[in-house]
Design a protein around this ligand. Sequence first.
Ligand code: SER
Length: 420
Amino acid sequence: TLHLEAMSIFDMGNKLLENIRKVNFTGASGQVQFDASGDLIHPAYDIINIIRNGMRTVGFWSNYSGLLSTISPEALYSKPPNTSLANQHLYDVIWPGETAQRPRGWVFPSNAKELKIGVPNRFSFKEFVTEDNGTGSIKGYCIDVFTQALSLLPYPVSYKFIPFGSGTENPNYDKLIHMVESNEFDAAIGDIAITMSRTVTIDFTQPFIETGLVILAPVKKHIKTSWAFLQPFTLEMWCVTGLFFLIVGVVVWVLEHRINEDFRGPPSQQIITIFWFSFSTLFFAHRENTMSSSGRGVLIIWLFVVLIIVSSYTASLTSILTVQQLDTSIKGIDDLKSSNDPIGFQVGSFAQDYMVKELNISRSRLRALSSPQEYAEALKLGPKEGGVMAIVDERPYVELFLSTYCKIAVAGTDFTSRGW
Ligand code: SER
């Protein structure tokens, strides 16, 4: 019933197109005119700021420059196109509320759902994050990082911190992770290590601190007495060296005393000369002349030996007085694994499970320590008197700990690398 046969065919499409291309009039959005390839010539727009019912032009955009500008496109056409971004500029926009300050998003209605953010209520190393007992507010380095990051977002986020843990001991961080997983918290913020097992169930942001497990061990001080200057050589070495001084003195005397006036005189005088000559070679300060060529040969070789002895002594003494002070008998995690002595860890930390599951260290060897004071005490007592041989903890806590306690040092390098 459409009677298609009644329709006529329009075969003047090209003519129509030609006519459309030739249009030249000023429409609501400006001049309408097309170039040879059918593109609008110099498309340009006004940028307007609508204020209540009125409006105000704050600038223009034109295809000619491709930039936002306060200069009208017509004025730009007479100049060569300048597409430098530095020229991009608009007049100030007046935002609702009569302010020139750019809004960061919609204000949340007061009945909107706030994000529930769990934060560890730490007992030790409170500098990182804890609940302030006086004001009840949550503070610490991690909170500062979070609020700074929020201020960079282009929209506001409404949240409330919910302290996790009693504050009388460090909370168990794995439980905190479970509460995020089970949606009791929408998120958690704090010194939370990004571990493999945790990434299976929850998502982490980019880390904001590098951390890794390190070993904290007491330092063995080598310099215990003022007789430290004897330590570079063993007793045996001292005796052998002394003996050689005498032997060389006697050998040179044997080779020289027949022909050399310096090695003559009454027997007592000659014995004194032997001692004096041989020990003064220690400082290359011998005055007696050597005349025989064999005597000179022995002396040259001996002086070379003395040079080696003096250099080694000086080098060893220097290192004993400096580097060796930081020497501990524990060099790395293998020393902990091969021993049977107790190892300390921080209450609530993943370090406990890591040592048991990944390093196969027996759980019965692990001792929970809750504060820096307990760390120092346990290390001071040592494994024989109810303390620990070493403590395994994360580097940021250890660094904070070492800033107040001495005679304790980090042994070896980090054996895991993670972030918070
Ligand atoms: N940072 C530790 C953890 O994440 C707690 O001490 O388990």
